[in-house]
Each structure stands twice: as C-alpha cells, then as structure tokens.
Design a protein around this ligand. Structure first.
Ligand code: ATP
Length: 240
C-alpha cells in the first residue's frame, strides 16, 4: 500500500441521449492490483471503462490516473500515459494483417522505441498470432481476434490494461488460457482493470471487485469475499 491509487474514479456519469448509462459511479485501482467490474447486461460496465480510457467523454465526475486528472482526455492521449483499453468484441482492423495490427498499435510515442521487443513479447505470449502474422485479422477466429486485441494493447506498453469482457465467446479452454495470461501480465507489474461476466474466474483473480447495477456501484469488496456473497450470486444468476 503506497498512498494514492493508480486509477481513481469519482462521481462518473454518462448519458446516451436521454438514457443514463452511468451515474455517480466511483471505484479505484491500486498500482499492481487486479480490479474487476462485474454486473449484469446493461449495468454500465462498458460505458464506464470507455469513459476511463477516453473513448467517451463523461457528463460528470473525475478520473485520476497516477495522480493526474485525465477526465475528458482523448483516448490517444490516455494511451501515451500508459492506459490501454482492450475493447469488447472484434474491434481489430479487419483488413490489416495480424502483424500490421500490432505495428499500428505499437507506433504510439511511449512504446515506439520498444517496438521490436514488444512484438517479440506478443508473439511469444501468443504463438498462434505469430503463425498467422500475414493473415488478415478479419479471417481469424473469435478467440484469435481476442488475442490480437490483447496483443494490440500490450504493444502500447501499458501501466494499466483495461480488458472489456476478454473471455466473451471463447471456448472454456481458451478462457482458462486468457485468465492465466492476465495473471502473468499482472505478475509483471501491469495493473489490471477487468470487466467480466465470467464471475467465478474473475472474482478468484481480483484483489477487489465492484458490482455495478444501473450505472452505479452497489457493492464492493475483495474478489473472494464477493464470490461467497449470496446476494452477488443471486443477482448474477438472475441475469443468466
Ligand atoms: P453488457 O454486459 O451487456 O455489455 P454493460 O454493463 O457493459 O453491458 P453498457 O454497454 O455500458 O453496459 O450499457 C449501459 C446502458 O447504456 C444500457 O442500458 C445500454 O442499453 C445503454 N447503451 C449503451 N450503448 C448505447 C448507445 N450507443 N446508445 C444508446 N444506449 C446505449
């Protein structure tokens, strides 16, 4: 415990037109930790992390990263500070090859000097991507595209890696692989903020977790503590 958290979110709010997706949402992530946002469909998890990463501009609230107010900072500037979002779904450049996708991501200023080292690292973590480096990203399987999306995040040399539903659509064996990988990245010192519906594996790994409901944090605690919480189980199962 060394003072201020790496990420601190207070009073966050976001509206899609007249639909309020996030309101008075607050949470934090200690440097070197794994923090999870959980909750049912439409709880506001994706909107929250998109605000944090600068993909969406919040209506209210403050976001502090490494002691600096980054509220409203656009995504390309947030990346330069070491904050990388791996978006939900297949948001890689479909028409570019695997290799080109990684190169484009690695061209940010903060990671440019480490480009070849980062490429080696990603290809070592994901031999499958190395095999398919010349293949168009659009022709990869869902799991391979998810690996590529994570690889793109790693190419930016992140201090905070935000993962939005990294296990979505993956086979059980790949889910286990992805969670193991996230644990390894965290062990290397990357702080992790993860949005997941995969309750068991997520809470087992998270130091701290926040339950979102209707855009607000309704409960928080240690990962394992929440895993044993009947109310969390009931709410979660109610969604499935
Ligand atoms: P899921 O787990 O289903 O992905 P989530 O917790 O990530 O859900 P969000 O995607 O942040 O939730 O959505 C929060 C609310 O905002 C939902 O009610 C959703 O319908 C609404 N919403 C999200 N995106 C839009 C949009 N582009 N336009 C209008 N409403 C939106």
């Amino acid at each position: 415990a060394t003072g201020a958290p790496l990420l601190e979110v207070r009073g966050l709010a976001y509206d899609y037109g007249r639909v309020t997706a996030v309101q008075d949402c607050g949470f934090e992530a200690a440097a070197g930790g794994v923090v999870a946002l959980i909750g049912g469909n439409g709880a506001g998890k994706t909107t929250t992390v998109q605000c944090v990463a600068g993909a969406l501009r919040p209506r209210a609230g403050t976001i502090r990263f490494d002691g600096r107010d980054i509220t409203g900072l656009p995504a390309h500037e947030a990346v330069e500070l070491g904050l990388a979002l791996v978006p939900e779904g297949r948001q890689v450049f479909q028409q570019l090859t695997v290799h080109e996708n990684l190169l484009v991501a690695g061209r940010v200023q903060r990671a440019r000097a480490d480009l070849s080292a980062n490429l080696d690292k990603v290809y070592t973590l994901f031999p499958r991507l190395k095999e398919r480096r010349a293949q168009n990203a659009g022709s990869l399987s869902g799991g391979e595209q998810q690996m590529l999306a994570i690889g793109r995040g790693l190419m930016t040399g992140p201090r905070l890696l935000i993962l939005d539903e990294p296990s979505l659509g993956l086979s059980p064996i790949l889910v286990t692989t992805i969670f193991r990988l996230i644990g390894a990245l965290n062990a290397e010192g990357i702080t992790i903020l993860i949005v997941e519906q995969n309750l068991h594996q997520t809470l087992t790994m998270a130091d701290h977790a926040y339950v979102l409901e209707k855009g607000r944090v309704v409960r928080s605690g240690g990962g394992r503590e929440l895993l044993d919480d009947p109310a969390v189980k009931a709410a979660y199962l109610g969604v499935a």
